[in-house]
Design a protein around this ligand. Structure first.
Ligand SMILES: [Fe+2]
Ligand SMILES: [Fe+2]
Length: 260
């Protein structure tokens, strides 16, 4: 069994990149499950029901989100109604949506948990204790668990990897949009990477047109940001599972799109 996890899909260019590469990746890697982070899928920020439906139609099993979850109001009821789209589990209980789900394929049950870091992030409840509670709620219902740790600080993501080592199949970091070089299986058997990266334009600044990002950085004045279309890549990881709640291997999947 294996899980292809695809990092933050940025805008239409990110969606087109995923859709164009997915058939060949399925052929080459034969992932049992495909999980994507979709928090930037709608014009670079947030997600809409139509875009989420498009990803599910393309064969995505689970969509995880992050700090941009609530950018588009129209998605609020959708988050409550659709089981396989997740906002961080440690958002406030009163906020729309939920943070865990279980999907099954080939008689394997995969639990997915979305969680947000607390350092420089706006999650209303603590990541570490809430991920424990989420894990407890999945007990007896899953063979494997993948955790998307959506966080700014590398320290907090590394901490989450150690916190969950031996208790989940994989902890994959998202949000910073730049893949890190530390993919490995931790001693307890949990696959870990600090950041998977993004599926979007590498020619920009973590998704934004680079001239606009640079103008903002240089002038310190407000600048309208648009999604870059330059040099799109898919950034992901393939996790090969071992025994229950254990991983055998994690490898990065870094693919240029050739569709710009
Ligand atoms: Fe993101
Ligand atoms: Fe984010």
């Amino acid at each position: 069994m294996s899980i292809l996890f695809v990092g933050d899909i940025v805008g239409g260019i990110g969606r087109r990149t995923l859709l164009s590469l997915l058939p060949a990746l399925r052929e080459r890697l034969s992932p049992t499950f495909v999980v994507v982070n979709g928090e930037n899928a709608a014009g670079g920020l947030g997600i809409t029901p139509k875009i989420a439906d498009g990803l599910f139609t393309a064969g995505v099993d689970v969509i995880t989100l992050g700090n941009h979850t609530y950018r588009h109001r129209e998605v609020y009821p959708y988050l409550d109604q659709h089981e396989r789209i997740l906002r961080p589990v440690n958002f406030l209980r009163g906020q729309p949506g939920h943070g865990t789900c279980v999907v099954s394929r080939e008689s394997t049950r995969l639990g997915v948990i979305s969680v947000s870091g607390n350092l420089y992030m706006n999650a209303g409840r603590p990541a570490f204790t809430e991920v424990d509670a989420a894990l407890h709620s999945l007990k007896g219902q899953v063979d494997h668990v993948l955790v998307d740790m959506h966080a700014e600080a590398t320290s907090e993501k590394v901490g989450m990897g150690w916190h969950l080592d031996g208790r989940v199949t994989a902890v994959v970091g998202t949000h910073t949009h730049v893949p890190t070089a530390d993919a490995r299986v931790l001693p307890g058997g949990t696959a870990y990477i600090t950041d998977v990266g993004m599926t979007g334009p590498r020619g920009g600044v973590i998704g934004v047109k680079r001239e606009q990002a640079l103008e903002s950085m240089i002038t310190r004045m407000p600048v309208k940001f648009e999604t870059s279309e330059e040099d799109p890549w898919l950034n992901g990881v393939l996790v090969r599972t071992g025994g229950k709640l254990h991983a055998e291997a994690i490898e990065q999947v870094l693919e240029p799109a050739g569709v710009s």
